[in-house]
Ligand binder design. Sequence first.
Ligand SMILES: [Zn+2]
Ligand SMILES: [Zn+2]
Length: 341
Amino acid sequence: MKAVQVVGYHQNLEMADVDKPTPTGPFDVVVKIGGAGVCRTDLHILEGQWAEKSQVQLPYTIGHENAGWVEAVGSAVSNVSEGDKVIVHPLITCGLCRACRSGDDVHCEANAFPGIDTNGGYAEHLKTSARSVVKIDDALEPSDVAALADAGLTAYHAAAKAAKRLTPRDRAVVIGAGGLGHIGIQVLKALSPAELIVVDRNPEALKLADAIGADHGVIADGTQVDQVLELTGGSGAQTVVDFVGEDGATIEGIAMLRRAGDYHVVGYGENINVPTIDVISTEINFIGNLVGSYNDLCDLMALAARGAVNLHTQKYALDDFQSAITDLDNGNVRGRAILVP
Ligand SMILES: [Zn+2]
Ligand SMILES: [Zn+2]
């Protein structure tokens, strides 16, 4: 089968002809790929940023945002069968460790991560496990939802966690209405009764935010902290969900937070620099967010099936993988780039 592989760092990806995966373990599931999301993490992999962490042997097949149809199953698989339309949770997890048994499978002590440390989905087929596949509604197409498997799932996880603490009297600020942020906005709109303020430096992104549920758009022109304080009666927002996390976003985001508020870190890059006396005197909370759990993915698919979450996509044939990578690198992708075998 065709598979797009990492053959070396600081080198272009290459199309290869490799053996089609087959179920070898009892819980294996082979998925015929209907869509594979092209993610900024893929660019970081090519830059070698993940090499030490993943210890992956080259060449291997990249791609961790996958959806498609079940092609073959191992002898013990009972939750899906051949032909089922599925989205693939990015991790293969053990089901036996403490984290897995608490439903917190993202922190599984014995996980594999197709596309990062083992063969992924820029290919015609992908091998994953029964624990990782979520059947999706008939109305959804794999190529439309593939990027919800990671980008969307991360945004869902943070927004849903934030929404649990929000009441109708609260305001929530979303910093960054881009690829992840535009999913976070839709999830907050669906799950939280709070007033939603979206901050972005791009007027087009604010226009999109307005169309998908933001109550207020704030242009990040240097006056954004004052604008948010004005919109929150001078006291700041109960929650800030920061999808940027670099270029000074955190210093400004923290200044938008009210006493005892929650600061959700999703985007990353810079250090948080806050005097500890401010942390104790205001009792503000800093909350990290990784990708969501299997249950988060099921919840997100329920929202997608009822049309509450829509992902903007730009599709490419699998053979055109290089155009997708180049477009992403040059900032020429609207929404998420998806490879379709
Ligand atoms: Zn990703
Ligand atoms: Zn586990």
